[in-house]
Each structure stands twice: as C-alpha cells, then as structure tokens.
Design a protein around this ligand. Structure first.
Ligand code: AMP
Length: 113
C-alpha cells in the first residue's frame, strides 16, 4: 500500500534497523523502544490488522511468529520475552499494517497496561 509506513520499509523507501528477514516477513527495531529489546515483526504483504487477516494468510502469520522466535533467540532472550499484537485503536494500534512487538530484556509486568 502506497501510504503505509511499514510497506514503505518493506519496499526500501524508508530506512529501518532491520535485524532479520525472510521471504514472508521482516523484523526491525522499534524507533521508540519500550524495553531493552523491542523489535517489530511484520508480514511483507500488507494486512491492516488482525481483523483483516484472512484464511489465505495462515501460513504468512505462522511464519511471522517463527521469525519472532528467531529474533528473540538471536537477541539472547532465553529467560523470556513477550510477543504483542495490538489490534485496533482502542488497544493502542497506531500503525495499520499488522506487526508483532517482540519485547524483552527486562521484567515484564502482567497484566499489561
Ligand atoms: P502499535 O502502536 O502497536 O501500532 O505499534 C506501532 C509501533 O511502530 C510503535 O511502537 C512505534 O514506535 C513504531 N514505529 C513507528 N514508526 C516506526 C519506524 N519508522 N520505524 C520503526 N518503528 C516505528
């Protein structure tokens, strides 16, 4: 999508600190980190939110989670990490291209705020 921030990162129009990538997904550091490790994992295909995900995205979303696991391992988060999908404005979603936050490197409270 032309006016989507994360599509522009996928297309190489915008720079990001990319830490991992495969055919399906891309992982890059969040510009406003909420933990010592804060990485976003996105599908290369534009999907606005979890609500917009369809049956045909099943494998794509599975790959996204596996890339999140790989990133967490590469970041040394063996003692634990959190994977968060904010869905919708009321849940804090501000960029409408689905993304998983991978957070770790500090004690993470529960429930989240
Ligand atoms: P959410 O609020 O769940 O939609 O998360 C969007 C995230 O994208 C926020 O944590 C932002 O800090 C992050 N973000 C926004 N623009 C960029 C960018 N250009 N590069 C990396 N992260 C970004």
């Amino acid at each position: 999508m032309l006016d989507c921030l994360f599509c522009r990162i996928v297309n190489g129009e915008l720079r990001a600190a990319v830490v991992a990538e495969d055919e399906w997904a891309m992982a890059f550091r969040d510009i406003n980190p909420q933990a010592p490790t804060h990485i976003l994992v996105i599908p290369k295909k534009h999907i606005g939110s979890l609500d917009e995900a369809a049956e045909e995205d099943t494998a794509r979303l599975g790959r996204l989670l596996l890339l999140a696991k790989r990133v967490a391992r590469d970041e040394g988060l063996a003692s634990g990490y959190r994977v968060v999908l904010n869905n919708g404005a009321a849940a804090g979603q501000s960029v409408f291209h689905i993304h998983a936050h991978v957070l770790g490197g500090r004690r993470l409270g529960w429930p989240p705020g």
